[in-house]
Every structure is written in structure tokens, then in C-alpha cells.
Design a protein around this ligand. Structure first.
Ligand code: OAD
Length: 270
């Protein structure tokens, strides 16, 4: 019924003492959050040079506020509405059977909502707001994000009212330093989020089995983690629609493969 690769992956997982699950945007695709680099991905609609750097965002706020408003709605609306999908839930289920560290590049908080115990967010989180010294000053809920999206939609409908954009995002970011604050997310050129990144490097080197789920593996330095794990002796399993990294590659949607894999590895798992 299952392929040889699938059975091999399940047996590595079953016998592993320490497991790392390394996730990217693909793990949340079935929760309705677009990926970045697929044909209809985020970066096909918004150029990363502009929208994935703080300077680009600030410049856009000053010169093209309507475009920034459109970007923020596209980013926040799916995350505000998202719920964990079967892949997140299966990954959380693994906590009952092994010592699991989830390392995620996602900023959507869905692994925590699914119940995973140890989640390292190496690109930070959209649900935390920090000041300029990166001190956490506030957590946000999905309900807060819904409120921000509604305000942004009002700003979009009334581009002539210049103050509406700043008002809309006030819970998330202040565009006017000093005293500024922003979400604790990592954009291009930023340092990785700490202490999560240091702990992720250690977890990758200490695990026996490293699963990479729903990531294109193109963004450094996070994309180094699978090879670091392999060099340190872990078996690497890749899960996603394309054949990618991994000693074994399980091709398909994470929401279909992960529950089956967890079930096969730990036969009493649901
Ligand atoms: P990408 O958009 O680069 O890759 C998403 C991967 O998920 C692709 O390999 C897809 O084929 C795969 N995929 C799509 N649907 C899937 C599904 N249902 N199940 C499993 N896999 C699926 O996203 P990331 O690799 O996460 O960083 O991108 C890494 C970083 O690039 C992001 O964290 C972000 C972005 O720029 C920053 O902004 C710093």
C-alpha cells in the first residue's frame, strides 16, 4: 500500500530518540496561507526587494501608502483567519511519542495553536510586537489581526484619508521612530531571531531524524539546517509536492502525508 520510501521514513521516525521537524510556508498552505515562491505565491504579487526589507516598507509607506495597505491586507488576512491543518496537528501529535523540536520559518503561530510543545521560530512571529531593542512589549491574538485587517480595509477604501493607514496598524507597528515598535519578524538582511536560531542549530546537530516539511529550502541561513543535521548523522526526510532535499523524499501535500506518516511510525497515534 505504501511506497518503500514511506515505510523507510516511518521506521526512521519510529526509532528516533530526538526528532526535528523543519517547516516552511508549505505546511500552512492547506490552512489557506499562500506560500512565497509557488506560481501564485506571495513574491509573485509583491516584490521581495520592496516588501521584505524594513527600508523598503518604510519607503513604500511614504511614497505608495495604498500599495503598502494592499500588501498588509494580503499578508495579514489569511493569517488572521487561519487554523491548524492536519499537518500541524500530526506534527503536534508526535510529541506524545518522541522528543520533538519544531523549527519553523513561518510567522503564523499555527504550530503552537496545534499544540506542539517546543517551537523555535527562526524568522520570528507576527503575533509578537517588539521595541527597537527587540524587547517584547506585547502579544497579539488572531482577533487583534482581524481588527487590524478591518481597519486596513477601511484605509484602502479611503485613500484620501492619509492617517487611516497608521491608525490601522497601530497595534502592530509604529512607523515613526523614536519610540517605534514592530512585529518580531525577520526580514531580508536581518539577524535570525534569537535565542531560537542558536537553539535550532543545536537541535539540528543533536537529532537522529530530521523532517523537512513544505519548504523550498532556498532562504539562507535556515536552508543550511538539513545539511547540518545530515553531517551530524541524522536521517533526513523531505515532505512536499516537489522532490527535494532528503535521504528519502515523500512527494505530496503535507496535510495528507504527515498524518499517515505519524500513524505509520507510532501505530497508536490518531
Ligand atoms: P517557499 O514559498 O519558498 O516554499 C514553499 C514550499 O512548500 C515549496 O517547496 C512548495 O512546493 C511547498 N508546498 C506548497 N504547498 C504544499 C503543501 N500543501 N504541502 C507541502 N508542501 C507544500 O516558502 P519557504 O520555504 O517557507 O522568509 O520560504 C522561506 C522563507 O522565504 C520564508 O520564511 C520567508 C520567505 O522570503 C523571509 O521573509 C525572511
Amino acid at each position: 500500500m505504501f511506497s518503500e520510501d514511506f515505510n523507510e521514513a516511518a521506521s526512521w521516525l519510529a526509532s528516533a530518540k530526538r526528532v526535528v521537524v523543519f517547516t516552511g510556508a508549505g505546511v500552512s498552505a492547506e490552512s489557506g496561507i499562500p506560500t512565497f515562491r509557488d506560481a501564485v505565491g506571495f513574491w509573485s504579487r509583491f516584490t521581495p526587494e520592496t516588501f521584505a526589507t524594513w527600508q523598503g516598507l518604510l519607503d513604500t509607506a511614504n511614497t505608495q501608502p495604498a500599495e503598502l495597505t494592499r500588501f498588509l491586507i494580503a499578508l495579514l488576512e489569511p493569517i488572521a483567519a487561519a487554523r491548524p491543518n492536519p499537518a500541524h496537528l500530526a506534527i503536534a501529535e508526535m510529541d506524545k511519542h518522541a522528543s520533538v523540536t519544531v523549527i519553523t520559518q513561518n510567522v503564523d503561530g499555527l504550530h503552537q495553536d496545534a499544540g506542539s510543545g517546543r517551537v523555535l521560530e527562526v524568522h520570528g512571529s507576527l503575533l509578537e510586537v517588539v521595541d527597537q531593542e527587540q524587547r517584547r512589549i506585547r502579544n497579539l491574538t488572531r482577533a487583534d489581526l482581524v481588527k487590524i485587517v478591518r481597519r486596513l480595509q477601511r484605509a484602502e477604501a479611503h485613500p484620501e484619508k492619509k492617517d487611516l493607514l497608521a491608525w490601522a496598524i497601530r497595534p502592530l507597528a509604529s512607523l515613526t521612530p523614536p519610540g517605534g515598535y514592530r512585529p518580531r519578524i525577520v526580514l531580508f538582511g536581518d539577524q535570525m531571531a534569537e535565542p531560537d536560531w542558536s537553539e535550532a542549530l543545536q537541535a539540528a546537530e543533536e537529532c537522529d531524524c530530521f523532517l523537512t516539511v513544505g519548504t523550498s529550502g532556498t532562504v539562507m541561513p535556515a536552508a543550511w539546517l538539513p545539511s547540518r543535521a545530515r553531517v551530524a548523522g541524522a536521517m533526513v526526510i523531505g515532505v512536499g509536492p516537489e522532490s527535494g532535499v532528503g535521504d528519502t523524499c515523500l512527494q505530496g501535500q503535507a496535510g495528507e502525508i504527515m498524518p499517515k506518516l505519524v500513524q505509520a511510525a507510532f501505530s497508536d497515534a490518531t
